[in-house]
Ligand binder design. Structure first.
Ligand SMILES: Cc1cc2nc3c(=O)[nH]c(=O)nc-3n(C[C@H](O)[C@H](O)[C@H](O)COP(=O)(O)OP(=O)(O)OC[C@H]3O[C@@H](n4cnc5c(N)ncnc54)[C@H](O)[C@@H]3O)c2cc1C
Ligand code: FES
Ligand code: FES
Length: 469
């Protein structure tokens, strides 16, 4: 029996754990406000809010209900547009109307839910953040300018919002209905009762479902599921013995909000914004990205350039394997069917190492890469390359650790002529194919430029005669 709070109502349902939250709210509860667009996480028409505890705080995140398996709603507060409707329009709904942010209306509920997620976050006030929170919502009618105006109105209206009693303030100012005040207590009681029931651990492993429910939703629907998304032992980011240890089910959002990660990667925010959209990042786990084994997986390419390792566990044993040895061919992994990733490990780069991640797609945001690349470069006191890890996506059947290029460059000074030779070595170890994301030649050219971009972060002058403008 799956139990959660839907808007104000406690739900207990025997429905399959792999049915989607979208189908539940529309067809079981007849809450038709949540719309169906693409069913692939792309359009945002099905966006709703999911409330859960993070470090004892009740936090609401926007998620695409078309990809969210029902089991992932267990013990949470699911909020559809019906759950924020009141006698009068909320300031978010009013702003969308006043600025002509809605025309045909099909996308509007998704935008309203994303903006409501924005105001529910205790720190969010700035206009830019309001605009960013609708990065997973597509509108075919308005041209977005009116929605940007709505974002400006909404961010102004939450200017006085206090960080310590956000829910009370939002209730008082009629952003959300009064029942929200009791949700924290109700959710705690629900979660305590569920803990004693335990949770199944056999079945198809599922994280956020953002890959599985796009590629295999019929299988997910019929399968018993091992929901690792909510497994507490697979959460958390910590540092011990100069090693960063990340729980396999940490989401991309949790990663980007982690102070530890921000300290290690000063450009983390810029890099992570290139990955999918806010609702998908709120659902997508790091291990899901690694096991999906897409040749252009962004998180995979990022972690490969840190020479990361994964810890694999089954019921009887545990082993650790370098990510560069994990991939054996297109979607082929060194992983037994009963093994799950429990942790991701990498050595914290030294303070003078430079890390860079690059991604080129047909559009800047919410797109998969034509080619992506990451690099960790550390020079010694003579200016020779002491430590180097390079990775690339979209140029081989699986995310590629560029072993030969690394071996060629180690111990050398990254001069223009050395980098020119290194590009030749790199070209010999990649095998891009022509497809919808570009020709093989184009991908080679892209990777060349991204490779140089890593080094541009170290010594701009070295590259002058290599750059193609
Ligand atoms: C609209 C949209 C945009 C996207 N954009 C991007 C993008 O820009 N860049 C990008 O890289 N990806 C993107 N993705 C892909 C996807 O979001 C990521 O790959 C994500 O990290 C997958 O994580 P998940 O938890 O949702 O995986 P799931 O779908 O839950 O699982 C994926 C696979 O991993 C397995 N798995 C999950 N956790 C574990 C574990 N702990 N141990 C063993 N196996 C496990 C599952 O069995 C399954 O085989 C996008 C997806 C969508 C729908
Ligand atoms: S229906 Fe398009 S994102 Fe869910
Ligand atoms: S108002 Fe028509 S799709 Fe946005």
């Amino acid at each position: 029996m799956i139990q959660f709070i839907l808007n104000e109502q406690l739900i207990k349902t025997p429905l399959p754990p792999g049915s989607t939250v979208l189908d539940f709210v529309r067809y079981q509860k007849r809450l038709m406000g949540t719309k169906i667009g693409c069913r692939e996480g792309d359009c945002g028409a099905c966006t709703l809010l999911v409330g859960d505890f993070e470090n004892d705080k009740l936090v609401y995140r926007s998620m695409t209900s078309c990809l969210m398996p029902l089991i992932n709603a267990q013990g949470k507060h699911i909020v559809t547009v019906e759950g924020i409707n009141m006698k009068t329009l909320s300031p978010v709904q009013q702003a969308m109307m006043d600025t002509n942010g809605t025309q045909c209306g099909f996308c509007t509920i998704g935008f309203v839910m994303s903006f409501t997620g924005f105001v529910l976050h205790e720190e969010n006030k700035e206009y830019q953040k309001a605009v960013e929170c609708v990065d997973g919502n597509i509108c075919r009618c308005t041209g977005y300018k009116s929605i940007e105006r709505a974002a400006a109105v909404i961010s102004e209206k939450v200017n006085d919002k206090p960080a310590d009693s956000t829910i009370d303030w939002l209730v008082k100012n009629e952003f959300i209905p009064a029942y929200f005040t009791d949700i924290k207590t109700r959710l705690l009681a629900l979660q305590n009762s569920l803990q004693s029931n335990g949770r199944a651990t056999d079945g198809l492993t599922i994280g956020g479902g953002t890959d599985l429910n796009v590629q295999k939703h019929q299988i997910v629907k019929k399968s018993a599921l091992n929901n690792v998304f909510d497994s507490k032992s697979l959460k958390g980011i910590r540092i011990g013995n100069n090693q960063c240890i990340i729980g396999a089910s940490v989401t991309v959002t949790e990663c980007s909000e982690s102070k530890l990660m921000q300290d290690i990667f000063p450009n983390l925010d810029k890099h992570i914004k290139l990955v999918s959209s806010t609702p998908i990042r709120n659902m997508a786990t790091l291990a899901g990205n690694l096991v999906n084994a897409s040749p252009i997986g962004d998180i995979t390419v990022f972690l490969l350039a840190l020479d990361a390792a994964v810890v694999l566990n089954n019921k009887n044993s545990s082993r650790t394997i370098k990510l560069k040895d994990f991939y054996k061919g297109y979607k082929q992994l060194d992983k037994a069917a009963d093994e799950i990733i429990t942790q991701i490990l990498f050595d914290v780069p030294s303070a003078n190492a430079v890390f860079n991640f690059e991604k080129v797609c047909k559009r800047t945001y919410l797109d998969i890469a034509s080619v992506n690349a990451a690099g960790l470069i550390q020079l010694d006191e003579k200016g020779d390359i002491e430590e180097l890890h390079l990775s690339a996506g979209g140029v081989a059947p699986y995310p590629k650790y560029l072993s030969n290029t690394i071996a060629f460059l180690k111990g050398k000074k990254p001069t223009s002529s050395v980098l020119k030779e290194a590009i030749q070595v790199m070209n010999d170890e990649i095998t891009p194919i022509s497809d919808a994301r570009g020709t093989a030649d184009y991908k080679r050219l892209l990777l060349r430029q991204l490779f140089l971009a890593h080094f541009a972060n170290i010594e701009e002058t070295v590259l002058n005669d290599l750059l193609i403008h």
